[in-house]
Design a binder for this molecule. Sequence first.
Ligand SMILES: C[S@@+](CC[C@H](N)C(=O)[O-])C[C@H]1O[C@@H](n2cnc3c(N)ncnc32)[C@H](O)[C@@H]1O
Length: 245
Amino acid sequence: MRFSVYLEPMSEKELRLQPRLQCIAGLVPRGARLADVGTDHGYLPVYLLQRGLIARAVASDVGAAPLAHARRTAAAYGVPLDLRLCAGLDAVCPDEADTVVIAGMGGETIVSILKQAAWDWRGVTLLLQPMTKAELLRRALPELGLHTVAEHLVRDKGTIYAVLTVTAGESEAPTNAEAWCGAGLLHDPLYGEYARDRLEKLQRAAAGLRQAKTLDSALISTLEEDAAALQAKIKEWEDANGMGH
Ligand SMILES: C[S@@+](CC[C@H](N)C(=O)[O-])C[C@H]1O[C@@H](n2cnc3c(N)ncnc32)[C@H](O)[C@@H]1O
């Protein structure tokens, strides 16, 4: 379903973004034709349109209420936002966007949106920001014909999030440590904290499973293997940064 936005006279107000969305905004190529999937309040496209940083934006959401929020945000800030009520990219044509943002959702949902989209990703920049299960997303990308060109970390309200810049292209399956902590983040100032936090999550998940009544020993072994790989990576990183004991 398509909607257009009633524009109020040019708004004097400037929309400000929280650090997580600000980081993503900084990675959107200038002049992009943007598709923001799962836009919710529409803050990201409205921010970019208001500053003239992108040429146009389509914002989709599976929920009518979030899309109504996006409509109100666009009207309040006086920018033309093209709205689509649909799952993922179902109502967005590939020729409408050269940059696709899928942010603020679980890694599993992002993977299912990518699988469902009948897009040829060549020439498209994807910015993917999982709230959970980043490891699942990183592991799925090679099978989808996608390749991570960069990752960035950002802290927002005490949590560190990874933002992946992805394009079409072949890539190797990530190692266990890379799946959990990315391949190109070793020089990021937040890497140590991010990696230790991911390790803690892994160890907690393995401990929880060990205590569960129905013992899934295969999954426990996988988690323990991942934890060992990540621990070794962290040690390597600490040694390289003069933090080894
Ligand atoms: C937490 S909000 C994130 C909003 C914004 N993208 C951000 O990063 O702040 C998640 C939004 O994704 C929408 N959503 C969830 N699954 C979706 C799907 N498969 N397709 C489109 N939108 C989806 C939800 O309705 C919700 O508005």
